[in-house]
Write a protein that binds this ligand. Structure first.
Ligand code: COA
Ligand code: MG
Length: 328
């Protein structure tokens, strides 16, 4: 192990993250009543420029008036290259600070972008004597942001999660895509010909590098990596496949741009019963070994290493949080 300890961000369930356009007030109550772990009220790209001031006021009112108990509530502010962003931060933080858990910053390009928003929010929290410190969710969705991802990930102690914003990332890198977050048949290779002369076409995941890169930057800084949107909400199998591959790479959750994507995300990003049982057994074996003063811990004839114990603790805590969410 390194001498450097990686501090973990405030633990939260972030399996499913429901996107709600800030000008669609009729969706707010539905989002609060949904099974999504996180709801993000959007002031950025789903709101047209002429609607921004009204959406901002509506979002502030919704933060204060709606019962968000049990939800992690996030507001996506506008980018730092717009003149909307400062007013988003000031109005949300001055008028609804106690009701917002995270501010989501889109299109983060450099560590200084995060620093700037942190400075502004820190001043507001001090001036208004806000007790609850708001967290940050950062969207990595430009070539610049991906290039600077290590510095961005360590820029502020407020940061809890990095998100991969696939649509803007594709635009920024000029990648050729067909649907948001899905596969592209052109990202494929042909195998050599078999005995029958036939060649197979193997599709690849063109987002592998970006997601894997984000996972490393996030985990190295104790943050949660979250996969972004999958646009075709009528393709539930396609959504599930992208969520599973994100989970396989280490992501903790995925956006839902439609309520039908919430349940699959919650299911795919929850540990299975078998995994949780095994984790409980490991912790039980550890407790027994400690009681008996034994240093080495074994289970079913195998030595348990410290990494497994730590993983087991994280998994059991997560399972307990999920049970609390589902029963409460
Ligand atoms: N949050 C909460 N409820 C939602 C919702 C959302 N994001 N999207 C849809 N619903 C509700 C609908 O109001 C409808 O409710 P009802 O059964 O009470 O009538 C139900 O879920 C089914 O919706 P449906 O009719 O299938 O979809 P739609 O045509 O109303 O909306 C979208 C489709 C894509 C426009 C809508 O889902 C949406 O705005 N998604 C978010 C997009 C976004 O935020 N993008 C930016 C980030 S990428
Ligand atoms: Mg975007």
């Amino acid at each position: 192990m390194s001498f450097q300890i990686v501090e973990q961000a405030t633990p939260r369930l972030q399996r499913s993250e429901l996107a709600v356009p800030g000008n669609q007030t009729h969706l707010f109550e539905k989002a609060a009543a949904s099974q999504a772990d996180v709801v993000f009220l959007d002031l950025e790209d789903s709101v047209a420029p002429q609607d921004k001031p009204k959406a901002r006021a509506d979002v502030v009112a919704a933060l204060n008036d709606i019962d968000w108990t049990g939800k992690c509530v996030t507001v996506r502010i506008n980018g730092l290259d717009t003149h909307f962003m400062y007013r988003d931060v000031i109005d949300v933080m001055e008028q609804a600070a106690g009701h917002v858990d995270m501010i989501m910053i889109p299109k983060v390009g450099t560590a200084a972008d995060v620093y700037a928003v942190d400075m502004l929010i820190t001043q507001i929290e001090m001036a208004k004597s806000v007790r609850k410190r708001v967290g940050f969710s950062l969207i990595i969705e430009t070539a610049l942001g991906m290039n600077n991802i290590s510095d961005i990930a360590s820029a502020s102690p407020r940061t809890e999660a990095l998100h991969f914003g696939v649509a803007d990332f594709a635009a920024s890198t000029k990648a050729q895509t067909t649907n948001i977050g899905g596969a592209n048949p052109d990202y494929a290779m042909l195998t050599d010909a078999g005995p029958d002369g036939r060649r197979e076409r193997h599709w690849g995941d063109m987002w592998h590098f970006a997601i894997a890169r984000m996972v490393v930057a996030a985990r190295a800084n104790g943050l949660r990596p979250i996969d972004g949107p999958f646009g075709d909400f009528s393709d539930s199998e396609g959504y599930r496949a992208t969520a599973r591959r994100a989970a396989a790479l280490g992501c903790e959750g995925k956006w839902a741009i439609h309520p039908s994507q919430i349940q699959p995300a919650n299911e795919i990003f929850s540990p299975s019963e078998a995994e949780v049982d095994k984790a409980r057994h490991i912790l039980h074996a550890l407790a027994e070994a400690q009681k008996e003063g034994r240093g080495a811990v074994s289970l079913d004839g195998r030595l348990i290493d410290l990494a497994s114990v730590r993983q087991a603790e994280v998994m059991v805590r997560k399972a307990e949080a999920i049970a609390r969410r589902e029963n409460g």
